[in-house]
Design a protein around this ligand. Sequence first.
Ligand code: C2O
Ligand code: CU
Ligand code: CU
Length: 505
Amino acid sequence: MLKKFTDPLPIMKTIRPTSYIQNVPFYEVTMQETIQKLHRDLPPTRVWGYNGQYPGPTFQVLRHQPIHVLWKNELPDRHILPIDTTVHGAEKNNPEVRTVVHLHGGVTPDTSDGYPEAWFTRDFQKTGPHFTNRLYTYPNHQPSTNLWYHDHAMGITRLNIYAGLAGMYIIHDQEEARLNLPNGVFDIPLIVQDRSFHVDGRLLYPSEPDKPLTAPRPSVVPEFFGDTILVNGKVWPYFNVEPRRYRFRILNGSNTRFYRFSLSNGAPFIQVGSDQGLLEIPIRVQSLILAPAERADVIVDFSTCYGESIVLRNEFETQGEKPDPETTGTVMQFRVVQSLTCPDDSSIPAHLAPVAKLTHYQQTRTLRLNMRKDSYDRSIHLLDDRLWSDPVSETPRLGQTEIWNLINETQATHPIHLHLVRFQILDRQPFDRDLFEKEGRIVPTGPRVPPTLNERGWKDTVRANPGEITRIIIPFGPYPGLFVWHCHILEHEDYEMMRPYVVIR
Ligand code: C2O
Ligand code: CU
Ligand code: CU
């Protein structure tokens, strides 16, 4: 087993524009294969990185300042991970290595949103059926928050992200700056991901499911759990901190794994933001759940911890069991060993940003999260019992607000994400599964439970728990067009738990 806390936490570089096109910053990002040391005792690992870095460089942008990005693919022709060619979009006649970049949480017109079928290969030699343009534009007209960019190519997203194609994208604005939260070197993004390795250092991603025996080889798997935890691309790193407040922008960038973060010294997290920006007021939590793609913006106060070593733990229970503290129960370590370089004059104001509650809406949709068996007897996860290739069924009108009732008939929580929009969680309510299965009726068995305090901000990904109706309220806009919504467990997303949707005029 790899030794913990041997490597310092890497901090991703901030990317700089290469030029300006009529005063709009222009960035060029090239996807490249590279080798990286992911742990002191692990041989170098072949990874894919934006600008040859895993994780990719961090974008730091200002609200209302649009940017252009030219995403280029200089990856090899062969994939470094096993491809299942029975998965829609990954068939044998398609190029093995295809990429398209999506800015997760970005309010982006569809031509720059990274539609899964808008993929392209090395030097744009081949492009997918929905490819429209090379140069992407991000308007950045949204409040300060922590977004991330990652690959979204049809049928191989789980493999491309696992190979390393992900990075942070932070939007700043004046409202955020005025709060005087910890900043500069005391404001740190943390991308948490799990991985497994072969002894020679290669990334290990399963190519065969345990069952059924009839499955093709390689085969998509219904879930992936790595046996090590990486933060910013290092296995179980440590981070030397000063006895003061820090701001951590935490992203769960894992394929399937959920986390419940906590600090070994019992200190709380003061959560100031969620997926889509600042909460109304800071929320003090002892532990923090993040499903894949969810983000939490938190303040941790080390001011009384001089000399201590504090472990960031993961205590997310699966089937009543906590992860092993020796492995995936540990995330990283903070060492409060540095002396104060300057006094901490940051603050945590009692009020952060107004979050106006949505109440008015024009339409309601009831959408199932369900399962089927494919022709190989593998389970296939679906949105409202439809395949990706079925005709578009969700067509909200531009400027209208809808309530979506997500009815989770499966046994697992699915983090449901919609492109383009931000939404609010209304409530969650258990329903009678038996009645639903027998008669198709939805009969609640308990009250509607409002979201937790730290879920009461703007979201773009919501945990829909099994046996529950999760209700979200979504204003559609500001752009019409073709987008997607999907489960963000990448193994589900790739295997049919993703649907196109159209915002119509
Ligand atoms: Cu984070 Cu459709 O993606
Ligand atoms: Cu997204
Ligand atoms: Cu799912």
